[in-house]
Ligand binder design. Structure first.
Ligand SMILES: NC(=O)c1ccc[n+]([C@@H]2O[C@H](COP(=O)([O-])OP(=O)(O)OC[C@H]3O[C@@H](n4cnc5c(N)ncnc54)[C@H](OP(=O)(O)O)[C@@H]3O)[C@@H](O)[C@H]2O)c1
Length: 328
C-alpha cells in the first residue's frame, strides 16, 4: 500500500531551534540503533518510522554501525525511504555518523579524513540518498589531530554530502576546540549528541554551558537509559526486552537492586503527575533550554506514542525536582 502521511502531523509536536542555527528539531527524535537491523523484523521497523513521522517526528538518527549486522539499519531506513518516505525527503532531517569500527585495517574507524569520507559514501549508498542532513564525528579520536577530523566534516559539507556538521561524545574542552576550528572553516558546528538521562548526568557541569556559549544545539541520546527508566524492568527482565537480547547493549548486570529501587520511586512520582515513567524521564532531560531534542529508541509503535505524549506535561514544580534529586 502507498503511504500517505497524516495531514495533521505538524499540529502537536514541538519544534525547538537547534542552537543558533536556522534549523528546528522535534522535541522527540527517533534513533535506529536497536530494532532496525538485519536481525529484526522489517515490517515492525517500518511501522515505527511511519508512525513517528505521522506524529510529527521529522528527525531520524542513524550511524554507519547500527544493526546488527553493522550497516543494516541504514539499509532498512533506505528501504523505508524508497517504499514510503521518498516523497517526503524535504520534510526529514536524517543524520548519520562515523567513528566506531566498520571495516578492517587502519582506515575503518576513528577520525581520519580517509575514514570519515569513505564511511559516509557507504552510508549514502546504503540509504539511497544523495546527502544526509547532519553528519557526525561519532567519537573523539585521541590520535588524529582535531583539525583533520573537523577539516573532514567541513569538506563533507562543502562537497554536498551533508548539510550540517555535528559531533558526538566529545567532552567540553574538545567541543570548544572543535567548535572554534569549524567556525573558522566556515562550517559552524550545528549540534552535539551526548548521552544524558537521570542516571547519567555527565553533561551538566560543563558541556551544556559550552554548547550554550558556542550556540550549538544538543540532542541527548539514551534518555530512558536504554529502557531502565521505564516501568518495564520492575518485575524482572521481560522476554524480548533489550536486556534479554544477546546483542543488546543493556546488560542484565546493569539492572541492579539499587537502580530498581530508584526506578520504583521515580515511577510513583510519575504516576502522581499523571505520567508514565518514560514520560517523566523525557520531560526531565528536556528541562535545560540548551537541550533541543530527546533522542529515543523504540521496539514497538506504542513506545513512540507514549514518548510523544510527554509534551502534554513538561513542567516540574520545585518540589518535584527536589524529590527527584533526593531519589537520585
Ligand atoms: N551517539 C552515540 O554514541 C549514541 C549511542 C547510543 C545511542 N545513540 C542514539 O540514541 C538513540 C536512542 O538510544 P536508546 O535506544 O538507548 O534510547 P532510550 O530511549 O534510552 O532506550 C530505548 C529503549 O527503551 C525501551 N523503551 C522505549 N520507550 C519505552 C516505553 N515507553 N516503555 C517501556 N520501554 C520503552 C525500549 O526497549 P525494549 O527494546 O526493551 O523495548 C527501547 O528500545 C539510538 O537509536 C541512537 O540513534 C547514540
Amino acid at each position: 500500500m502507498t503511504f500517505s502521511a497524516n495531514e495533521i502531523r505538524y499540529e502537536h509536536m514541538r519544534y525547538n531551534r537547534c542552537g543558533r542555527s536556522g534549523v528546528k528539531l522535534p522535541a522527540i527524535s527517533l534513533g535506529l540503533w536497536h530494532n532496525f537491523g538485519g536481525v529484526d523484523l522489517f515490517e515492525n521497523g517500518r511501522r515505527m518510522v511511519l508512525r513517528a513521522f505521522d506524529l510529527g517526528i521529522t528527525h531520524f538518527d542513524l550511524a554507519n554501525n547500527y544493526g546488527p549486522p553493522p550497516g543494516s539499519a541504514e539499509e532498512t531506513f533506505g528501504q523505508i525511504l524508497k517504499k514510503d518516505l521518498g516523497p517526503y525527503r524535504d520534510e526529514l532531517i536524517i543524520s548519520s555518523k562515523a567513528g566506531y569500527y566498520m571495516w578492517p585495517g587502519p582506515y575503518g574507524e576513528w577520525g581520519s579524513r580517509k575514514y570519515l569520507v569513505a564511511s559516509l559514501d557507504q552510508s549514502l549508498k546504503r540509504m539511497g540518498l544523495e546527502y544526509v542532513d547532519i553528519f557526525y564525528s561519532h567519537r573523539p579520536d585521541p590520535d588524529t589531530p582535531l583539525e583533520e577530523t573537523m577539516g573532514a566534516l567541513n569538506y563533507i559539507v562543502r562537497s554536498g554530502r551533508a548539510l550540517y556538521a555535528g559531533i558526538s561524545n566529545y567532552p567540553a574542552e574538545e567541543t570548544q576546540k572543535a567548535s572554534g576550528i569549524l567556525r573558522e572553516l566556515g562550517t559552524p558546528c550545528l549540534i552535539h549528541q551526548p548521552r544524558y538521562s537521570m542516571f547519567d548526568r555527565w553533561v551538566e557541569p560543563e558541556l551544556l554551558d559550552t554548547l550554550n556559549q558556542e550556540g550549538i544545539g544538543c540532542i541527548v541520546f539514551s534518555p530512558l537509559a536504554q529502557g531502565l527508566l521505564t516501568d518495564k524492568y520492575l518485575q524482572g527482565i521481560p522476554e524480548g526486552s533489550r536486556a534479554s537480547k544477546a546483542h543488546g547493549f543493556l546488560k542484565p548486570d546493569h539492572i541492579t537492586v539499587e537502580k530498581l529501587k530508584q526506578v520504583g520511586q521515580l515511577n510513583d512520582l510519575a504516576r502522581s503527575r499523571g505520567q508514565t515513567l518514560a514520560q517523566l524521564a523525557l520531560a526531565w532531560v528536556l528541562r535545560p533550554p540548551t537541550v533541543t531534542s530527546a533522542l529515543i529508541g523504540a521496539s514497538r509503535v506504542e513506545q513512540i506514542e507514549d514518548a510523544v505524549k510527554t509534551l502534554a506535561q513538561l513542567e516540574f514544580t520545585d518540589e518535584e525536582l527536589k524529590q527527584i534529586e533526593e531519589i537520585l
